[in-house]
Ligand binder design. Structure first.
Ligand SMILES: Cc1ncc(COP(=O)(O)O)c(C=O)c1O
Length: 424
């Protein structure tokens, strides 16, 4: 059976991560990590993207109830953090083609909110780059400027090493990727959690436009307790090793058949194994600093980029796009297409998932824990509807052209056989 994906880290690196950390000077290791961002002095390293976001929001002195407009698709915790830090979250419907809110609809929402003389300040617009795509930010930069709001980008699913730049001066001996804060963006979040591109089995990086906000966030992060080395070993390295072994085609087939025989839901098991923190006690879990071993691994991963897996995923995603009919594709109008996971939109994702499983392909309806965020007035209806129609196709380096042909054929048959009226 072809598994849905493969961890973006080698077995050798996983085993190396199990050894005691080689470097003990945290400040220097954090500096090495920040060096991979153009604004070294305006970049902080945290236990996760959620930790960085939580700390950054905690240091804002905006009035309680200030409004944060957010793309309606994100992991539930990001919405919780906004609410728990005392802000009012207003979700914005996300267009399945651009994977961004419609700029006109954003302006309409702002205008509607401002029509109420007692409205709380509308302070920030937070946009997520979904599924490994990049959305076009220009219209939102303009909106943020016009309405004097901050613009935040959540690039947790979209880490792509930036422009190559000569670093490691003097002599420019080593070439490191440098990530640049896009023009007009005030805060950018990146994640290196277990299933992310260039994973460090955890870790998040935030870069800021405003140096003072960055300093305040850093000071708060420094007061939080540290993740223990043991926890990193168990929740990071051991979980990583388990998944790395499990997602090889031979072991995966064995486990999938055994799970089926015993009546286990493998999809459920994998969803639980890949979850970053156990559910509940969110604050307690994210309000910590990374262990020394995590920091060392993250520094190593960023300074020794290994793009082979990203390149293979990009090739496979392009292969899917060539073979599949336009009506099932999402993100076709995003600035860069999706390459982290490959969702398609079909009439009955669960039925197609079972068809693909019977043919030897592990697709899933819940690859990335995304939900339609809701406000007190309920979640935006359109987003909720299309998010529930997604099926994530396998996207791992060992897929061959013949697999893509076969998968595309099964998708086409599924769509063609759907009763009229249920097609997307
Ligand atoms: C869109 C998005 N935002 C934020 C996060 C949080 O990242 P982390 O697990 O590093 O806290 C995730 C994690 O999957 C995500 O997908």
């Amino acid at each position: 059976m072809q598994p849905r994906g493969r961890l973006d880290i080698s077995l050798f690196q996983l085993l190396r991560a199990a050894l005691p950390p080689r470097r003990s000077d945290r400040a220097l290791v954090e500096r090495d990590i920040a060096t991979c961002w153009a604004d070294v002095d305006r970049t902080v390293v945290a236990l996760s993207a959620r930790s960085a976001f939580d700390a950054a929001l905690a240091t804002l002195d905006w009035p309680r109830g200030s409004i944060v407009l957010m793309s309606a698709i994100n992991i539930a915790d990001m919405g919780r953090i906004v609410s728990e830090r005392g802000f009012r979250l207003i979700p914005l419907d996300v267009d399945p083609n651009t994977l961004a809110p419609d700029p006109h609809a954003v302006i309409e929402t702002i205008t509607r909110l401002r029509a109420d003389p007692a409205h709380p300040p509308i302070c920030a617009l937070c946009l997520a780059h979904l599924f490994g795509s990049r959305i076009e930010l220009t219209p939102f930069v303009e909106i943020a400027r016009r309405y004097e709001m901050q613009l935040w980008e959540d690039a947790a699913q979209a880490f792509t090493p930036g422009l190559p730049a000569t670093a490691g001066q003097p002599g420019g001996a080593s070439v490191l990727p440098v990530n640049v804060l896009p023009a007009g963006v005030d805060l950018s979040l990146t994640s290196f959690g277990l299933i992310k591109t260039q994973t460090a089995l955890g870790g998040g990086v935030a870069s800021f436009r405003d140096a003072t906000w960055c300093d305040r966030t850093k000071r708060l992060l420094d007061t939080w307790p540290r993740q223990s080395e043991r926890e990193f070993l168990v929740r990071g390295v051991l979980r990583g090793l388990t998944l790395a072994l499990l997602t090889r085609p031979i072991t995966f087939t064995l486990v999938a058949n055994t799970a089926r025989g015993l009546g286990f839901d493998l999809d459920d098991l994998l969803a639980r194994t890949t979850r970053g923190f156990s559910s509940g006690r969110l604050q307690e879990q994210i309000r910590r600093q990374p262990s020394a071993a995590l920091l060392c691994l993250l520094a190593h991963r960023l300074t020794h980029p290994a793009p082979a897996s990203s390149i293979a995923r990009t090739r496979i995603a392009a292969g899917y796009r060539r073979r599949l009919q336009a009506e099932v594709l999402v993100g076709t109008k995003a600035e860069f297409p999706t390459v982290w996971v490959f969702p398609i939109r079909v009439p009955n994702p669960e039925t197609l998932r079972r068809t693909l499983a019977a043919a030897g392909y592990d697709a899933t309806c819940r690859a990335s824990r995304l939900v339609a965020l809701s406000a007190s007035s309920g979640s935006p209806p359109d987003t909720h509807q299309w998010l529930n129609q997604l099926l994530y196709l396998p996207l791992q380096p060992q897929l061959k052209s013949r697999h893509l042909d076969h998968i595309a054929q099964l998708v086409r048959a599924h769509v063609d056989s759907a009763p009229s009226g249920t097609r997307t």
